[in-house]
Design a protein around this ligand. Structure first.
Ligand code: SF4
Ligand code: SF4
Length: 372
């Protein structure tokens, strides 16, 4: 059955500025009907890596937070710590980065809570009957929240093709171990040539999989002992232990879909998903910069169905005229797959097809435009 996707284009007028339109969009979804008084509502977004500018902006969230509050909920803004070492690899730097990007509770009326704890140890093991995933490792505070609303910036992604609601659920709600699990690597990529022999990673490896070679004093990994917890990436400041991005992309997308399913199945109530299709950059908001957009700004979309929502956003981006100068190859016509042109090794639609097969939603959708 076709799923409803509500949206508004970005044209505005004095009588319908941004906040009014966002309120209309949220009212149309009837999200107020699922919020009970006192509910702790996790608003899951990406605060943007240091140097990024295209991520969801604090001011864009104010109407969402106000709407949740007026419906009786207590919203908090949340994300999880990253696998790679950047400004968001542990909660202290992560919360500081959110503050530097303006996510201030005094301004927004909602605090920032990093959902997987200080060093990603706030974790829940959630059973999942997937082809790849039998146990999903999810952020404790997202599992514990009474209600979840995802807010995604729809854009390209180097490994997934594009990033939207499903990726925000799958990677975004997983602990560092869960992220590594999805990447399929059971251990880090090791570069002993960069190792200084400081021993910091050996000290954090609870599995005893890391050791310094007695002769070279450089790092060695016992892959058989590694449990893929990802703790070592965080402490190595010399890029001797990094994420192993070389992985089977189809299997990676399937693992992501299974993680998204685990998140949604762990929730007693439905989850609303919002996607902002504006500043559609070729790469994700983790990169530390925002490249020129690949198409004109399109609008804000909402659905209870993350598959339908991602399919809608993908179709709208691909149907739009390509924007130049950008990272897109010259001569692309409207209708051609922009993300595949950017990331030729990836067909992100496999994620949608696999997620649909898992019963996460429908690729058929009905667009309902919010009146201006
Ligand atoms: S933390 Fe990095 S530099 Fe230090 S021993 Fe481990 S791999 Fe080598
Ligand atoms: S991923 Fe975890 S278990 Fe594996 S080497 Fe790193 S710290 Fe040790």
């Amino acid at each position: 059955m076709a799923a409803a996707v509500w949206w508004w284009n970005l044209r505005a007028a004095r009588r319908s500025p941004y906040a009014v339109r966002m309120k209309r969009l949220l009212k149309a979804t009837n999200v107020g009907g699922v919020i009970d008084p006192g509910d702790l509502v996790a608003v899951k977004l990406h605060f943007g890596e240091h140097g990024t500018t295209a991520h969801i902006q604090p001011l864009e969230l104010i109407p969402v937070i106000d709407f949740v509050r007026k419906a009786g909920g207590a919203p908090f803004l949340t994300d999880t710590n990253t696998l790679y070492v950047g400004q968001r690899g542990e909660s202290v730097s992560h919360a500081l980065q959110a503050a530097r990007h303006g996510f201030d509770p005094n301004l927004l009326g909602a605090p920032v809570i990093i959902a997987d704890g200080l060093k990603s140890g706030n974790e829940r093991a959630v059973p999942m009957d997937g082809r790849h995933i039998k146990t999903a490792y999810l952020a404790g505070d997202i599992v514990d929240a009474d209600l979840l609303v995802t807010v995604s910036h729809f854009k390209g992604h180097e490994l997934a093709g594009f990033g939207g609601a499903l990726k925000n659920l799958a990677m975004g709600c997983a602990t560092r171990r869960g992220k590594m699990h999805q990447h399929g690597g059971l251990g880090p990529e090791v570069h002993p040539e960069h190792c200084t022999g400081c021993g910091a990673c050996v000290a954090v490896c609870a599995a005893g999989a890391l050791a310094l070679d007695a002769t070279s004093h450089r790092i060695t990994l016992n892959r058989g002992a590694c449990v893929g917890c990802a703790a070592c990436f965080l402490v190595c400041r010399h890029r001797a232990l990094v994420v192993d991005w070389r992985t089977d992309i189809s299997a990676f997308l399937e693992r992501m879909a299974e993680y998204a399913a685990a998140v949604l199945r762990s929730r007693p109530r439905p989850t609303l998903h919002l996607s902002f299709v504006r500043a559609v950059t070729p790469g994700c908001d983790c990169l530390g910069y925002s490249d020129a957009p690949i198409c004109p700004d399109i609008g804000v979309f909402a659905s209870w169905d993350p598959v339908a929502l991602d399919q809608t956003c993908l179709d709208r981006v691909n149907a739009a005229p390509p924007l130049y100068p950008s990272a897109l190859p010259e001569g692309l016509a409207p209708g051609e797959d922009k993300f595949h042109a950017l990331h030729p090794g990836v067909r992100g639609e496999h994620l949608l097809a696999y997620a649909e097969g898992l019963g996460l939603g429908s690729r058929d959708y009905v667009l309902r435009e919010i009146a201006s």
